[in-house]
Design a protein around this ligand. Structure first.
Ligand SMILES: NC(=O)c1ccc[n+]([C@@H]2O[C@H](COP(=O)([O-])OP(=O)(O)OC[C@H]3O[C@@H](n4cnc5c(N)ncnc54)[C@H](OP(=O)(O)O)[C@@H]3O)[C@@H](O)[C@H]2O)c1
Length: 262
């Protein structure tokens, strides 16, 4: 069997950059997202020979997505050596007003699918005593987030599980890293309806290529956490120093101050 880098959310934004980084190392890359044309175009650009890249167009919110991915890898004689849990989305608005199913979809993709893939692939990595997971969290995971409550909570979960699993597998030579970006220039904020929100306008937007490279390097170095950008590091440090009630009030204010600062 051949080792492969599995990248979820590879049709856009950070996922495209992770796929490029993996391909630049000559790895077999498995590209996963729903948008088939974007995945096919990326595969053609990073692997013109078509021998190293596999495209899996599927919806990670589907309960059988993990099973489908494992079956596809086995059929191709591949095993997951590096898992990049990058797929994710958010929704801006009060939870009581947003669609319930769409909000549950955030948990299905950001939390359930990411966990499912780790639980499926980590045992093999531990048995081989080699492998790495990179989970894409967010600075949002360090604070409660009124008006994006489910999204912020999903990222807090990813930070927590990354640290817990990392501790469990570290003796086996396997690493789990959590990349926690602030705002990045990708379609994410516009898709979430949050591109005009004050909280995300205060922090400078970083380039997707730079953020992905920082995360990739942190994963390669076996680091636990990667927060790209000074302003994001400072905002997390402040969040950790301030009482939770003050953080909540501040985030709540910034999430409401949309029109004034937009
Ligand atoms: N951009 C930011 O400001 C920012 C900040 C902090 C953290 N992040 C995190 O970074 C990660 C990547 O986001 P991005 O900024 O690159 O945003 P993006 O350009 O919107 O990319 C999101 C990716 O997730 C995939 N995805 C979403 N729902 C899916 C589903 N149901 N099934 C399969 N794939 C799905 C999308 O593919 P399809 O639509 O083709 O399925 C797309 O490839 C996310 O986890 C996000 O939470 C982003």
């Amino acid at each position: 069997m051949q080792p492969a880098v599995v990248v979820t959310g590879a049709s856009s934004g950070l996922g495209v950059e992770f796929a490029k980084l993996a391909a630049a190392e000559g790895a077999r890359v498995v590209l996963i997202a729903r948008s088939r044309p974007e995945l096919d175009a990326l595969a053609a650009s990073i692997d013109p020979s078509g021998r190293l890249t596999v495209v899996l167009s599927l919806d990670l919110s589907s309960p059988d997505a993990g099973e489908v991915i494992v079956r596809e890898l086995e059929a191709l004689d591949l095993y997951c050596h590096i898992l990049i849990n990058n797929a994710g989305f958010g929704l801006f608005g009060d939870a009581v007003e947003l669609d319930r199913q769409q909000q549950l979809g955030i948990i299905d993709v950001n939390v359930r699918a990411a966990t499912d893939l780790m639980l499926r692939f980590l045992p093999g990595m531990v048995a081989r005593r080699s492998g790495a997971v990179l989970n894409v969290g967010s600075v949002a995971g360090f604070a409660p987030g009124p008006r994006m409550a489910v999204y912020f909570a999903s990222k807090a979960y990813l930070i927590s599980i990354s640290q817990g699993l990392r501790q469990e597998v570290r003796g086996a030579g396997v690493t789990v890293t959590c990349l926690c970006p602030g705002p990045v220039r990708t379609p994410f904020l516009a898709r979430a309806g949050a591109d005009r929100v004050a909280l995300f306008k205060l922090l400078p937007k970083l380039d997707a290529a730079d953020v992905a490279r920082a995360g990739w390097n942190a994963m390669r170095a076996g680091h636990a956490l990667c927060v790209p950008g000074i302003s994001n590091k400072v905002s997390i440090a402040l969040t950790r120093m301030m009482p939770r009630s003050l953080v909540l009030a501040l985030v709540g204010y910034l999430q409401r101050a949309r029109r004034r600062l937009a």
